[in-house]
Structures are given as structure tokens and as C-alpha cells.
Ligand binder design. Structure first.
Ligand code: AMP
Length: 225
């Protein structure tokens, strides 16, 4: 029996998936595949994928399934991800979940678990609307939870702090609506398959991390027995 860890992170925008992913990829030595990062990179580099995705992303809408699914299946088949992966931001719709299931089945692989980080809408609004990012260094701040020393300026080099387009309140509301309509049904889908593990994302990041890490360690042990 293989003991590869094939994991999905699920949850609304602003749940802290990126923060947890950073820690978990370190703990378990997994490649991190985040569709949001892949797509933002493609937009920045003005590739064909980026050109196709740009307008959807700016509006807080999902890019079409056909655009994103091929990119992800290819990433999962790369040498890097052969012994396990941590997926963030995919699947986001039921057709994407079905495509992933088929792709894994073709490769004789299966999911280990789906980690749901749950956070209520009001908290998402608070977290994302207060987020600011330096135009130069990319360092992320929060006006309430992690403010810079001087308002509107990066601590590192004094560069200007801006709000990401998709962190504007109207776009956050749209992203949340899309999450509830398109992505939340996946919790039932994976629960029915015995794969869903729920975590309370309103807890401190360290506490959320401890819980997830313990769960994954147990799953891996069970798999090896
Ligand atoms: P994220 O950083 O994960 O919130 O993703 C940013 C944006 O990229 C989303 O609002 C979507 O427009 C797009 N996106 C990311 N992942 C997917 C996906 N699996 N399917 C469709 N669109 C996606």
C-alpha cells in the first residue's frame, strides 16, 4: 500500500489556506499546488492562460472548468507531485472534482483527505477587506491585525501599500457568493466519500495548524499499517 499524501485544502477565501499550506508543506515535505498563484503568475506573465483568466479573476468569478482542469491534472502528473501533493483552490466546482477523481483513478492514485477550514462570511469580509500589500516587496499587512508601523507604508522599504482588486468589498461579496454556490457543495461530495475533515478556521493559526497536522499524521499512520 502506498503512503503518499494526496491532500486538498478547502474553504472560503480568507480562511487561512495559504498560511496553513505553508506550514503543512514544510511538515510533510509536499509540493504546494495553488491555482490562485498559478493563475496570478500567468496573468503577470501575460501567457495564453493568463489572458483567458484575467477578466474572470478581476470580477471574483471562476475561470471556466475547461481552462483550469488541464493545468492541474498536468501539475499532478509531474515528477514533483508523484509522491504526494497539497492542492489549494482546486477543485472549486463539482465538474472539477469529477475530473480530478478520474485523473487520479487513471494514474491508480487516490485522495488521502480533504481538509476543510471553516470561517463565517463576516470574518472573511473583515480579514480580506483589511488586507494590504506592498506594491514593491509583496509583503502582506492587515490594517487591524497586522498593521504597518506607518500607515500605508511598507515596513521594509517605505513603499506604498495597496488593496488587491479582488479584496475590494464588492468583489469579496462576489467571491463569497461564488464559494457558497459552486464550491460549498464539495463538502457534501467529499463527506459522502469519507474524505472530509473539518477544522475551525476562526482559531489562532498555530492552533489550526496543530489540529490539522495531528489529523494528517494519524491518517498516514493508518495508511501504513
Ligand atoms: P484564490 O487565490 O484561490 O482565491 O484564486 C483567485 C481567483 O483565481 C479566483 O477568484 C478565480 O477567479 C480563479 N481561480 C482559482 N482557482 C480556480 C479554480 N479551481 N477554478 C476556477 N477559477 C479559479
Amino acid at each position: 500500500m502506498s503512503s503518499e499524501l494526496n491532500l486538498i485544502l478547502l474553504g472560503p477565501p480568507g480562511a487561512g489556506k495559504g498560511t496553513q499550506a505553508e506550514r503543512l508543506t514544510f511538515d510533510f515535505n509536499l509540493p504546494y499546488i495553488a491555482t490562485g498563484n498559478i493563475l496570478r503568475g500567468a496573468v503577470r506573465d501575460e501567457t495564453a492562460l493568463g489572458k483567458e483568466a484575467k477578466s474572470y479573476m478581476a470580477k471574483g468569478e471562476l475561470v471556466p472548468d475547461s481552462v483550469i482542469t488541464g493545468v492541474i491534472l498536468e501539475a499532478l502528473n509531474s515528477a514533483d507531485a508523484r509522491d504526494g501533493f497539497l492542492l489549494d483552490g482546486f477543485p472549486r466546482t463539482l465538474p472539477q472534482a469529477d475530473a480530478l477523481a478520474l485523473g487520479l483513478q487513471d494514474a491508480d492514485r487516490r485522495l488521502t483527505a480533504v481538509i476543510l477550514i471553516d470561517v463565517p462570511d463576516e470574518e472573511v469580509q473583515r480579514r480580506l477587506s483589511g488586507r494590504r500589500v506592498s506594491v514593491k516587496t509583496g509583503r502582506v499587512y492587515h490594517v487591524e491585525f497586522d498593521p504597518p508601523k506607518h500607515e500605508g507604508r511598507c515596513d521594509i522599504d517605505g513603499s506604498r501599500l495597496v488593496q488587491r482588486d479582488d479584496d475590494k468589498p464588492e468583489t469579496i461579496a462576489k467571491r463569497l457568493a461564488v464559494y457558497h454556490a459552486e464550491t460549498e457543495p464539495l463538502t457534501e461530495y467529499y463527506d459522502a466519500r469519507g474524505l472530509l475533515r473539518r477544522f475551525d478556521g476562526t482559531r489562532a493559526p498555530t492552533e489550526v495548524h496543530d489540529h490539522i497536522r495531528a489529523t494528517i499524521a494519524t491518517l498516514r499512520l493508518e495508511d501504513e499499517l
